[in-house]
Design a protein around this ligand. Sequence first.
Ligand code: HGY
Ligand code: MN
Ligand code: MN
Length: 420
Amino acid sequence: MPAAPEPFDLRLDGATLLQQLQTLATVGHDPQQGGRTRIALSDADKAGRDLLVAWMRALDLQVHIDRIGNIFGTLPAAGDQEQQQVLMIGSHIDTVTNAGALDGCYGVLAGLAVARAYRAAGITPRRSICIAAFTNEEGVRYQPDMLGSLVYAGGFDLDQALDLIGTDGSRLGDELARIGYAGDLQPGALVPHEYLELHIEQGPILEAENRQIGVVENLQGISWQQITVRGSANHAGTTPTHLRHDAGWVAAATTVFLRELARDSGGSTLATVGCLQLQPNVINVIPRQAVFTVDLRDPDEQRLRAAEQRLARFLDETAASEGVSIAREPLARFQPVVFDPGLTRLISDCADELGLSQRPMTSGAGHDAQMLARIAPAAMIFVPSRGGISHNPREHTDDQQLLDGARVLLAVVRRRLEQA
Ligand code: HGY
Ligand code: MN
Ligand code: MN
């Protein structure tokens, strides 16, 4: 029976956590549009990465970069044997366009706050604590999203990932080298003993129910595809409707169909057409081409598959009736994930002990945790998002709520490291 751990005091340095969130939020800030944009492997992403690495070094963490650009800062355990059972805390610091300040960054910087608490207490943890920032979680320029953690978990071939061509025509591996983050560590070389991710909810539930902590038990499945419709350009004023092969109309009809599909599901399936380009994109020309994306999500794999099949049938029927050709390119496909019940119970216990209200949740957004769950016990902690808003400069969580979440993370880490 290991000796009872010495009681020691671990204090969260909330001021530094909040300060670092605000400082990182200035990187890539756009005064016109508001928000900040740090698209993966851009110069702004590099600036954010450089800042994070500097903060890791300031905590005297061992910094490693792997070959897909994932960043790891490790607070080593005492003794060698425990170094292998690494407790990992992670998320991402790349953003969507005109993003809020907290998505991803909160989880990475709260991880630094945990390491800072151990450093400040002069305590060497019984097992190493590793803080990870994964590459290209958002998937804006390179698909699929959650790419860095997916490669790390062995779900996507490294060389294939490095050869990915972005929406701007750039090669991922070239951009990684250009910003100086093509590391030498083999992705997945360090397998975590468990993985924790603290994240804003990015949805309306915690605020609506006035709960402080979300104990994330599962995460919905995600299906991304790009659809290219090829019709015929023609004169908007002389071409009768029944003679048209209108790619723009097909894109619009598909968008309407997807809203009805989501509504028919009773709210479990979500469907989004986020990107749409028409060619030639001229007011008096019937579009000859439409390229658009479809993002389908559902917590249940069967329902998600059924939604994909219904969409495929609709597109086949519409191609025949409108006399157009339709090509579908899969961009990402992740099954729903259930997180580790032992970890979720511990999160719930710690929230209770801290006197924080809580509720079990499903994550609507994708997260790196869903990839880490392939190789280690994983779980997530949510804090409320004001108005449920995210992927938007208006993304906001109160300082106290941010600190409550970080205190739960610190308590869970401490309890986990005290367990055998
Ligand atoms: O798409 C997502 O859910 C995540 O933000 N990448
Ligand atoms: Mn995120
Ligand atoms: Mn996001």
